[in-house]
Design a protein around this ligand. Structure first.
Ligand code: 5AD
Ligand code: SF4
Length: 468
């Protein structure tokens, strides 16, 4: 059997693939009465891809189900950022294989970042022939054709080269209150631990006029919030000529008068003073910045290829805090990067003690095949890494609680999003600073931004009630 070499595989450019999603292009009766089960892992980018996949499935007539056993097609939208993703994929495939025994017509599809990994594709071909279709992050637009033209043979459609930037994509959005809006695809930063530049390709920005028109349509449809999405939003437009900078894009989006604008993820290296000023100036740009630190040690940051030192991060952090009133800053931190010493780790704790982040996502370094960091020799034992993670989490959580406690007794604007899953008598929403609030009244306020009095604080959420 010829194994796929992804550097050669599917050199078709997207121009050869004509079927960009158009509602009228596909027949909604094709799979009428049939159901799809879609499971998405990973970041917001993947979640938003999931909304595109759902729209494509529905264009053929499929309708959603929460039960794998009821499904006629199963799509697993995978994440590759850490190793445990593999366990999730193969655990899930076990269930699919079982389901296919009961329903031999079940279509099984694998997509997302893992589908861009050569070793994963090889394994799917060799060991999981019951998987019908595999498609990568650059060719989601082929989904309908892959389904319609499938044969009894497994169909692998993964571009090794970057896909084009498509416009007029239909999404089945999970919410009619807040929406994701892609502003760029891929990433050029190549941090040495990170697989994203390999699975999602080099940075490709969308044209600002397309982004703004998408936001204008969302405003017309009554959306209250957009989150501008990219791996490194601050570098927006740098890959295009005559395009707006991220600061200018933010201004233009703010002018659409959408009530709330958020953006993720920011890389400290590309964060300019102009961006900080724009965020401070426009009341509809939320005072919330996710600013991944990764490590507090300049030595480790250099090995990570992050392009800033501890001091430069702190300088930027202070500028953000002193310029944007009431801003919340959250972060990502990796412990146990190859040969991280106790001293390096102490530097990370030092930055956490200085910045007192509103919250932080913390991870143990996970070697990803094909990245430079995975080839670095590492003498640190796993139990040391686990101890560091625990220590870091305790510190981070104490600051999250302290940050939340400052809200008690205050009245803050909250966008009410829906009924709380844990308590059907409550609703939930987020503050401008992205704090989750469980609200004891306000079922009639879903979709509205209302003033909420905060009554109690926990590490990961606030309680409150609406002042009538
Ligand atoms: N190991 C551990 N954490 C990682 N991240 C990215 N790659 C790895 C890896 N190989 C973390 C970073 C990033 C977040 C989305 O995931 O902190 O900001
Ligand atoms: Fe990965 Fe670094 Fe790009 Fe973020 S900026 S996606 S961590 S390579």
């Amino acid at each position: 059997m010829k194994l796929p070499n992804l550097t050669e595989a599917r050199k078709r450019t997207s121009k050869e693939v004509e079927h960009i999603y158009l509602d009228e292009h596909y027949d909604q009766n094709t799979f009428k009465g049939q159901k799809y089960f879609l499971r998405t892992y990973g970041c917001q980018m993947n979640v938003h891809d999931g909304e595109e996949i759902a729209a494509r499935l529905e264009s053929l007539g499929f309708r959603p189900t929460e039960k794998l056993e009821d499904a006629d097609i199963v799509i697993l939208n995978t994440c590759a950022i850490r190793e445990n993703a593999h366990d999730k994929l193969y655990g899930f495939l076990g269930r699919c294989k079982h389901a296919k025994k009961d329903n031999k017509d079940l279509i099984i599809g694998i997509c997302g970042c893992m589908a861009q990994e050569e070793n994963v594709v090889k394994e799917l071909m060799e060991k999981h022939p019951y998987v019908d279709i595999v498609f990568g992050t650059h060719n989601i637009h082929e989904l309908q054709d892959l389904i319609l033209n499938r044969t009894s043979k497994q169909d692998i459609s993964v571009y090794s080269c970057e896909g084009e930037v498509y416009e007029n994509i239909a999404y089945k959005r999970d919410s009619n209150i807040k929406a994701w809006v892609n502003i760029q695809y891929g990433c050029d930063k190549f941090c040495t631990y990170c697989i994203v530049p390999y699975t999602r390709g080099k940075q490709r920005s969308r044209k600002s006029k397309e982004i703004i028109s998408e936001v204008e349509n969302l405003v017309k449809d009554g959306y209250q919030e957009v989150t501008l999405l990219g791996q490194n939003v601050n570098a927006y437009g740098k890959d295009l000529t005559d395009e707006l900078s991220f600061a200018e894009l933010l201004k233009a989006v703010a002018e659409t008068k959408i009530p709330r604008i958020r953006f993720v993820t920011s890389h400290p290296w590309d964060f300019t003073d102009e961006m900080i000023e724009v965020i401070a100036k426009y009341p509809n740009i939320m005072p919330y910045i996710h600013l991944p630190l990764q490590s507090g040690s300049s030595r480790i940051l250099k090995l990570m290829g992050r392009r800033y030192t501890k001091e430069e991060y702190l300088k930027l952090f202070n500028k953000i805090k002193s310029t944007i009133p009431n801003v919340a800053v959250t972060t990502d931190i990796i412990v146990g990067f190859p040969n991280e010493t106790d001293e390096d780790f102490a530097e990370t704790l030092d930055v956490v003690n200085t910045c007192k982040f509103d919250s932080a996502f913390t991870f143990i370094f996970s070697p990803r095949e094909g990245t430079p960091a995975a080839r670095m020799e590492d003498k640190i034992e796993m139990h040391t890494k686990e101890e560091r993670l625990q220590k870091l989490n305790e510190l981070v959580n104490s600051y999250s609680l302290a940050a939340n406690q400052k809200y008690v007794g205050k009245v803050v604007p909250v966008l009410i999003e829906g009924i709380s899953e844990k308590d059907k008598n409550k609703v939930f929403g987020y503050t401008d600073t992205m704090k989750l609030v469980n609200v004891s009244n306000g079922q009639d306020k879903i979709g509205k931004i209302v003033d909420v009095c905060i009554t109690d604080a926990k590490s990961f959420s606030l309680d409150g009630e609406i002042n009538n």
